[in-house]
Design a protein around this ligand. Structure first.
Ligand SMILES: *Cc1c(COP(=O)(O)O)cnc(C)c1O
Length: 429
C-alpha cells in the first residue's frame, strides 16, 4: 500500500496535515481479527468503534450484502419503498421500547441526532409553543455535525472554535455515581435545578443512557436515568436517548435505557445497526410525537437525505438484527463482562492506573498520565492486538463473538502497556 500517498493527502479522524501520525495498513478482516498488509493478525478490541459486534466478514451479513447488491445497490426513498427498508424497520420495532412506533432512517449517527433535535423543535412549533433550548450533560458526545456538536461537551468538542455559530445549550453536571456504586440523591441536583429553572424553554433533554462514550467512557447509575425520565414527565419536556454507542446489547441489555426501565420519547441508534458493515442509523419516536410534528405548519417532518434508506445498508442491518434476535449476544456479553470484572480491578496494582470500570462488553482503564499515542499504538500492534486509546483512557469494546482467550490477550496487552513508562507522557509535558 502507498502509505506515503496516504500520509501526504488523506485526512484520518482528527489528524493534522502538519504532523501526520502512523496509520497501519489493514488488508482484510475475519472474525475477531484484522489482518495487516503482511498478513499479521491483530485481535480486535474496538469493534471498529462499537460497530462490528458480530465480528468481521460474518457469513450471514456478507451473504445479505451480496444478495442485495445483485438486485439493486440503491434507489431513491422519496415516493419509493423496498423490502430491505421494510424488513429492517419491522425488526427494529420488534426490538425497541414498545412506545416507539415511527422510524426515520438516517445515514450516520450524527445525522440521526440532527434528526432527533429537529423533531423536538418541530414538535413544540406544532404545539404553538416554540422552544429552542436543549438540556444535556457534561462529558456527553453526540456527533461531529453542528447541532450534534452543540449538545456535546463544550471542552471535548471545542465550542470556542466555532463560537458565534454554534447555538448555546444548557449543560448539567455529569453523573458522578458509578453504575456499581451506591446511589446518592445529590447526584441529580444540578440536572434537576437546571430543568426546573429553564423548562419552559427546553424542547428536549438529550443524553447517552448509562454510558457516556467518547466524552470520557463514564458509566453511571441507572437511578440517575430513572429520575431524568420522571423529571421530564413532571415538567413536560421530551427525552431523547442517544443509544448510538450503547444500543444492540453492548451494555448487557439490548438498549441501555432498559437498565433503568425507562422509555425515551425519541431514540437514536447507529453504529452496530449494520453489524459494522455500512453506515446506517435511525431515529425512532412515538406516535404522539410523530403525529404532533406532522400537524404543524410544515405538515410533514422536514428532512430527506439523498441516500436515505439505502437498500444495501438496510439489507445488512436486517441480517444483523436477525442475529441479535437469536439471542446468543446475551451469554457472549455476560462472559466478556465477567472477564472484565475479574481482571480490571487487578490493574490498580500499577501506579499509573487511576480508575477501572466496566459494563457488559465495555472495559475502561483510566490512567493518571495521557498516553503517548505513537508509542502505545506500536506496542499494541507488536503484541498482536488492536486497541486505540485516547487521552487518559484505554478502553476495550471487543466484538461479542470474542472467545475468552481473545479477551485475555487484550487484557494481557493492556497490562504490558501499563508497565511500559514510554507509553505515557511524562507529567510535566
Ligand atoms: C459515534 C456516536 C455518534 C455519532 O455517530 P457517527 O456515525 O460517528 O456520526 C453520536 N452519538 C453517540 C453516543 C456516539 O457514540
Amino acid at each position: 500500500m502507498d502509505l506515503t500517498f496516504d500520509r501526504q493527502h488523506i485526512w484520518h479522524p482528527y489528524t493534522s496535515t502538519l504532523t501526520p501520525l502512523t496509520c497501519y495498513p489493514v488488508s482484510h478482516a475475519q472474525g475477531v481479527h484484522l489482518y495487516l498488509d503482511d498478513d499479521t493478525p491483530l485481535i480486535d478490541g474496538m469493534s471498529s468503534w462499537w460497530a462490528a459486534i458480530h465480528g468481521y466478514n460474518h457469513p450471514e451479513l456478507t451473504q445479505a450484502a451480496h444478495r442485495q447488491l445483485d438486485k439493486m445497490a440503491h434507489v431513491m426513498f422519496g415516493g419509493i419503498t423496498h423490502q430491505p427498508a421494510i424488513e429492517v424497520c419491522q425488526r427494529l420495532l420488534k426490538l425497541s421500547p414498545p412506545n416507539l412506533q415511527h422510524i426515520f432512517l438516517a445515514d450516520s449517527g450524527s445525522v440521526a441526532v440532527e434528526v432527533s433535535l429537529k423533531m423536538a423543535l418541530q414538535y413544540w412549533q406544532a404545539k404553538g409553543e416554540p422552544r429552542a433550548k436543549f438540556l444535556t450533560l457534561r462529558h456527553g458526545y453526540h456527533g461531529d455535525t453542528f447541532a450534534a456538536m452543540s449538545v456535546t461537551d463544550p471542552e471535548n468538542s471545542m465550542h470556542r472554535l466555532y463560537k458565534g455559530f454554534l447555538p448555546e445549550h444548557l449543560f448539567a453536571d455529569s453523573p458522578q455515581i458509578g453504575f456499581w456504586q451506591n446511589w446518592q440523591e445529590h447526584d441529580i441536583d444540578d440536572f434537576r435545578s437546571k430543568l426546573i429553572e429553564h423548562h419552559k424553554q427546553i424542547a428536549a433533554v438529550i443524553l447517552e443512557p448509562i454510558v457516556q462514550g467518547a466524552g470520557g467512557m463514564r458509566i453511571y447509575h441507572p437511578e440517575f436515568l430513572r429520575q431524568v425520565r420522571a423529571l421530564c414527565d413532571e415538567y413536560g419536556v421530551l427525552l431523547i436517548l442517544d443509544e448510538i454507542a450503547t444500543g444492540f446489547g453492548r451494555t448487557g441489555k439490548l438498549f441501555a435505557c432498559q437498565h433503568a426501565d425507562v422509555e425515551p420519547d425519541i431514540m437514536c441508534v447507529g453504529k452496530a445497526l449494520t453489524g459494522g458493515y455500512m453506515t446506517l442509523a435511525a431515529t425512532l419516536t412515538s406516535k404522539q410525537v410523530a403525529d404532533t410534528v406532522c400537524s404543524g405548519e410544515a405538515q410533514c417532518f422536514m428532512h430527506g437525505p439523498t441516500f436515505m434508506g439505502n437498500p444495501l445498508a438496510c439489507a445488512v442491518a436486517a441480517a444483523s438484527l436477525a442475529l441479535i434476535e437469536q439471542g446468543s449476544w446475551q451469554t457472549q456479553v455476560a462472559q466478556i463482562e465477567a472477564q472484565f470484572a475479574a481482571r480490571l480491578p487487578t490493574f490498580h496494582a500499577y501506579p499509573n492506573v487511576k480508575d477501572t470500570r466496566w459494563l457488559g462488553a465495555i472495559g475502561v482503564i483510566e490512567t493518571q498520565r495521557p498516553v503517548n499515542m505513537e508509542v502505545i499504538q506500536a506496542l499494541f500492534v507488536k503484541l498482536g492486538v488492536w486497541i486505540r486509546p485516547f487521552g487518559r483512557l484505554i478502553y476495550l469494546m471487543p466484538p461479542y463473538i470474542s472467545a475468552p482467550e481473545h479477551i485475555a490477550a487484550l487484557l494481557d496487552a493492556v497490562a504490558v502497556a501499563l508497565q511500559t513508562p514510554d507509553c505515557f507522557q511524562s507529567i510535566d509535558q
